[in-house]
Design a binder for this molecule. Structure first.
Ligand code: F6P
Length: 218
């Protein structure tokens, strides 16, 4: 793709109370971010179309003037689906993909970090010491390495896309995808800063990858 847009979902009601995992809906602010995101991407599309038309009229069109679509991928969780509710499915190719789900925290799903520290102090410490390798206990519990593994086929698909792409996902998945696109060592991924309500635009260019960061200013 010429441009990959990446963001976390809008703020969820669980984000407000510091609970991890789960399948909470968006808060009021989270919904506003979703609205703003859809307007912003729509505007970017229109601007792109305009400049391509100007280039074509000047006889400078490098690529044929066909409609540039934007694919929108979210996880299967409520908070990412709600974030893209403002995108018109007639104009965007919207897909919900399980591989984009957040890390599954096993027995720690639905707890806050301080609850984990109190109830499972050894687990808390083990994760602190080696966050990349640490796998949450319990059925389906995952580590960062597990998530990197499950994202591999999706990364291949992402690289193959010819349209622009917007990915709306979660903290761990965003760290890994951005880390991959920016060539950051996986050992650094678990500590990357990826805030809510921040949109990244990654553009592969001949001289390297250009990353722009937009923060939603309420
Ligand atoms: O708090 C939001 C969240 O996406 C959780 O669902 C998830 O467990 C956590 O962030 C991941 O961040 P970290 O790996 O830093 O604990």
């Amino acid at each position: 793709p010429r441009c990959i847009w990446l963001t976390r979902h809008g703020e969820s009601t669980d984000n407000l109370i510091g609970k991890i995992g789960g399948d909470a809906p968006l808060s009021g602010r989270g919904k506003k971010y979703g609205d703003c995101l859809s307007r912003f991407i729509q505007h970017q599309r229109q601007e792109n179309e305009k400049s391509r038309r100007v280039e074509a009229e000047a006889g400078m069109a490098i690529s044929p003037l066909r409609e540039r679509t934007v694919a929108v991928w979210t996880s299967m969780l409520t908070r990412t689906k709600e974030t893209v509710e403002g995108f018109d499915p007639k104009e965007y190719d919207i897909k919900h993909i399980r591989f984009l789900n957040e890390i599954y925290a096993g027995i720690c799903e639905g707890l806050s970090y301080s609850q984990i520290e109190n109830e499972y102090p050894e687990e808390f410490e083990a994760r602190r010491v080696n966050k990349l390798f640490y796998r949450y206990p319990g059925m389906g519990g995952e580590s960062y390495l597990d998530v990197i593994q499950r994202l591999n086929p999706l990364i291949i698909e992402m690289e193959r896309m010819t349209s622009d792409l917007l990915i709306v996902t979660h903290r761990v998945v965003l760290r890994i995808l951005l880390g991959y696109l920016m060539d950051i060592d996986r050992s650094k991924m678990p500590e990357m800063d990826v805030h809510l309500h921040t949109l990244y635009c990654v553009e592969p260019k001949p001289h390297g990858t250009v990353v722009k960061k937009y923060r939603w200013d309420e």
